[in-house]
Design a protein around this ligand. Structure first.
Ligand SMILES: [Zn+2]
Length: 315
């Protein structure tokens, strides 16, 4: 028998409570919390798998052509590439492209105010990156690719950053680095608020409900938007007129709103977050992964379309 969580999110499987406590004992001695920014590997993989399942023929073909041959057209195989290379010397410039720091407690996103790197360099944030790499990819179908651009990298960056912009704490407050400096406990182990949204909620969901099988979790997420609580919302999720930038701004604004309402709200450094926080936030995390996947597919379908349904993009 399955269960319905807060917000109507449908789990096809019962909660494996006992399993959780065995897990926690096993990990209780781990104290190191890596300071990272990005959906977990699982969050990115699921975003890309959802997107790939929604690609139309032209986009599916272009994606297959751009990916390295050894992954046989599997976009999710490279969805965490952008996180893996961000500290390499050659790619260090991409590090600020994974997030947006907004003014503390403003709970809003304003592109001209917020989209810059820590030194104030404009457009160096996840919203600017999505626009830039979409614009680069638009040259693929038009056959006008500039040799400075690497289309494969543009695809991998875009696919990754569409995940990141949907992670609410990636559009967080400046002083706490999107929750990274808010140290707390997740059940019994040390963590931080950013990490809770990147990984802990997803990993706890996998352990509690899905026997750590990501395919089963993915089936539930897809079931919830194809024939479940979100099925009426999908068309509004992917609605975007010609102005891609305003759509991207909307995704960022949604994230900071959720960060304020559900991420930061009521959380104090040093406290322990457990069942109440998990139960109420898990459906939100799953919905953001679904939205990221649906919208990534929308962008790829339009940018790789032969017909006139692309975006008005700066070239
Ligand atoms: Zn990232």
């Amino acid at each position: 028998m399955g269960s319905i969580l807060d917000d109507g999110y449908r789990c096809s499987r019962p909660r494996l409570i006992c399993f959780r406590y065995v897990m926690l004992l096993g990990f209780a001695s781990i104290n190191l919390v890596p300071k990272a920014r990005g959906w977990s590997k699982e969050g990115h993989i699921m975003t890309c798998r959802i997107a790939q399942g929604l690609l139309e023929a032209e986009a599916a073909e272009a994606v297959k052509n751009l990916l390295p041959h050894n992954v046989e057209g599997d976009l999710s195989a490279f969805c965490i590439w952008a996180d893996q290379i961000r500290h390499w010397y050659r790619y260090r410039w991409t590090s600020p492209l994974h997030f947006i720091d907004t003014p503390d407690d403003a709970c809003s996103f304003v592109y001209s105010r917020d989209c810059h790197d820590p030194h104030g360099l404009k457009n160096m944030c996840v919203a600017g990156a999505i626009q830039n790499f979409t614009s680069q990819l638009s040259h693929y179908t038009q056959g006008t690719a500039d040799r400075r651009y690497n289309m494969t990298e543009a695809l991998l960056f875009l696919s990754h950053f569409m995940g990141d912009i949907h992670q609410p704490m990636h559009v967080g407050f400046t002083s706490d680095e999107g929750g990274n400096t808010i140290e707390l406990r997740w059940f019994r182990h040390k963590s931080n608020l950013h990490h809770v949204w990147d990984r802990e909620i997803i990993l706890t969901a996998l352990a509690d409900y899905y026997d750590k099988d990501m395919d089963l979790l993915l089936q539930d997420i897809e079931g919830n938007f194809t024939d479940g609580i979100w099925s009426d919302d999908v068309s509004s999720w992917k609605h975007c007129n010609d102005d891609l930038q305003s759509c991207i701004n909307k995704y960022a604004a949604e994230s900071i709103n959720i960060a304020c309402k559900w991420g930061y709200k009521g959380v104090e450094a040093g406290e322990t977050l457990s069942d109440d926080y998990f139960d109420s936030r898990m459906p939100i995390v799953m919905k953001r992964i679904a939205q990221g996947g649906v919208r990534l597919a929308m962008i790829l379908n339009r940018v790789f379309s032969d017909t006139q349904q692309g975006f008005a993009l700066p070239t």
